[in-house]
Design a protein around this ligand. Structure first.
Ligand code: ZN
Length: 150
């Protein structure tokens, strides 16, 4: 188990150091701000939504390693997928990070994002892991107010 944990740790640190889809896309037609006051994570998610399809997505901002790695993996996972599928994936992700510690993880569905199951042990960190997702959801639903996890 500790070896697996180390691998998870490595993926998080790697995505924190070299986040995917980081910056602002020129074609963005939705932008949403998200803030997690508990930890100080603060980011913007930019999307190019075309019909019911997420054509492109990026994020920028600053925060802890978990929030950045989660945003990085989230953008990689939902780029090019239908909005409904992205929201469904968020439901799975949210269920996973808030489940009981010993509940099995559906890593077939969640892929690399299954590494965030580790935050179950640290309730404070759940908000770090879900911030980018909540922000994305508000963006595709055209929310105006910044998202706060509080
Ligand atoms: Zn955080």
């Amino acid at each position: 188990m500790s070896e697996l944990r180390e691998l998870y740790q490595e993926i998080i640190l790697e995505h924190n150091k070299t986040p995917r889809n980081f910056g602002k896309i020129e074609t963005a037609n939705r932008t949403q701000e998200g803030y997690n006051p508990l930890c100080g994570d603060h980011l913007h998610v930019h999307l190019h939504v075309n019909g019911d399809q997420i054509e492109d997505i990026s994020f920028e901002g600053s925060g802890c390693a978990i929030s950045k790695a989660s945003a990085s993996l989230m953008t990689a996972a939902i780029k090019g997928v239908p909005v409904a599928e992205a929201l469904e994936l968020f439901e799975h992700f949210h269920q996973m990070v808030t489940a009981e510690i010993d509940e099995p993880v559906d890593d077939e569905r969640l892929g690399k994002m299954a590494i965030f199951a580790g935050v179950r042990e640290f309730p404070m960190r759940v908000k770090c892991a879900t911030l980018a997702w909540h922000t994305m959801k508000a963006a595709v639903q055209d929310g105006q107010d910044p998202v706060s996890t509080e």
